[in-house]
Design a binder for this molecule. Structure first.
Ligand SMILES: Cc1cc2nc3c(=O)[nH]c(=O)nc-3n(C[C@H](O)[C@H](O)[C@H](O)COP(=O)(O)OP(=O)(O)OC[C@H]3O[C@@H](n4cnc5c(N)ncnc54)[C@H](O)[C@@H]3O)c2cc1C
Length: 298
């Protein structure tokens, strides 16, 4: 299909769309270049239409939740960004919760609190959508998505189907969805009955710890590197990297695992600083680190 025809059909399907947006408006790092077309689907059907049209016109598609784990390059993106935030319904039946991919994790937390369901306190601390959190098996303080997930509704190779959590190949900050072009449409989760006051207290303690130790006042994508067994931020701190700067990107002075945007960082600044941190970990400690943040359009 002709690209222009596909784009005009997408604009018709998704009333909320823009040809003026840049990744810096859609990512928590606040950097990244222009986008050919950004759409905000309001139904699963619209999201799937966009995905199908992209396939037919051979257009790259980037699905974005809250953009809190993405580093998009400064180059123009000649593709479509579908932002899922308007797909945000959550339903609670007993201890089973079904959420659409674009539901914010804090909104999900408040639903759990309201219904007295525990095990999802960590969700209050994530600046994420449910879909993005499943892709990266996000979590903190010993809890993560894998622990609460029972099924995922996915679109893959033109088919929509529920798959069991056991098929998602979860590991530390990783899932099968990081390595396929599947779309996460919705998730089903199972929680335990608990006391709302305790749920509130536990989540508040987690939030307090985060606020004390992380630079939540500056744009970032959270921890940028990880290692399955070693705490990298401690090593980066030991190597004296806190405060190291390239352009507007800085290794946070508060938490060495975070790269923050001090105001005018380009994605190239952030990228080079991540590479620098990786090189230091390799040369000083002989450690090969993995990049946690997802690169887009590099
Ligand atoms: C201040 C701060 C603190 C953080 N703390 C933590 C933490 O404690 N623990 C932790 O694990 N992470 C943390 N993060 C990282 C980030 O919040 C998580 O990785 C989060 O799960 C990303 O969700 P998102 O909706 O923002 O996804 P996005 O950043 O929008 O997307 C991430 C990836 O998932 C893909 N994706 C998104 N939605 C879908 C979908 N529906 N279907 C298919 N693919 C999709 C995107 O294409 C991209 O590749 C933090 C980030 C920040 C900025």
């Amino acid at each position: 299909m002709d690209v222009q025809l596909a784009l005009s059909k997408m604009k018709k399907y998704c009333a909320t769309n823009s040809t003026e947006m840049q990744f810096c408006q859609l990512t928590t790092l606040r950097c990244g270049g222009t986008i050919l077309l950004t759409v905000f689907p309001t139904s699963q059907k619209q999201l799937l239409q966009v995905a199908k049209l992209c396939t037919m016109a051979n257009l790259p598609l980037c699905v974005l939740g809250n953009g809190s784990n993405v580093l998009a390059s400064d180059k123009p993106f000649f593709g479509v960004v579908a932002v899922t935030k308007k797909l945000n319904k959550i339903s609670v039946v007993g201890s089973k919760v079904v959420a659409q991919c674009g539901a914010h994790t804090t909104k999900l937390f408040w639903q759990l609190h309201k219904h007295g369901l525990c095990g999802g306190e960590f969700l209050r601390c994530l600046p994420a959508t449910v879909g993005g959190a499943v892709v990266g098996n996000a979590g903190c303080f010993g809890q993560c998505m894998q622990n609460v997930l029972s099924k995922v509704l996915v679109w893959h190779n033109g088919k929509v189907q529920w798959i069991d959590a056991s098929q998602c190949q979860f590991s530390h900050r990783n899932s099968i969805f990081k390595h396929t072009h599947a779309l996460v449409l919705a998730v089903e989760m199972q929680f335990e009955r608990g006391d709302s006051q305790q749920i509130l207290h536990k989540s508040q303690q987690m939030l307090n710890k985060k606020q004390q130790s992380q630079p939540l006042n500056l744009p970032s994508a959270g921890s940028v590197l990880y290692h399955p067994t070693v705490c990298l931020s401690a090593l980066l701190d030991k190597a004296g990297l806190k405060g190291a700067t390239i352009g507007g990107a800085q290794i946070s002075t508060k938490h060495a695992g975070f790269v923050v945007n001090t105001g005018n960082a380009t994605s190239t600044d952030v990228f080079l600083l991540i590479q620098h941190a990786q090189n230091v970990l390799q040369s000083q400690f002989g450690l090969q680190s993995n990049v946690e943040v997802q690169f887009v359009n590099f």
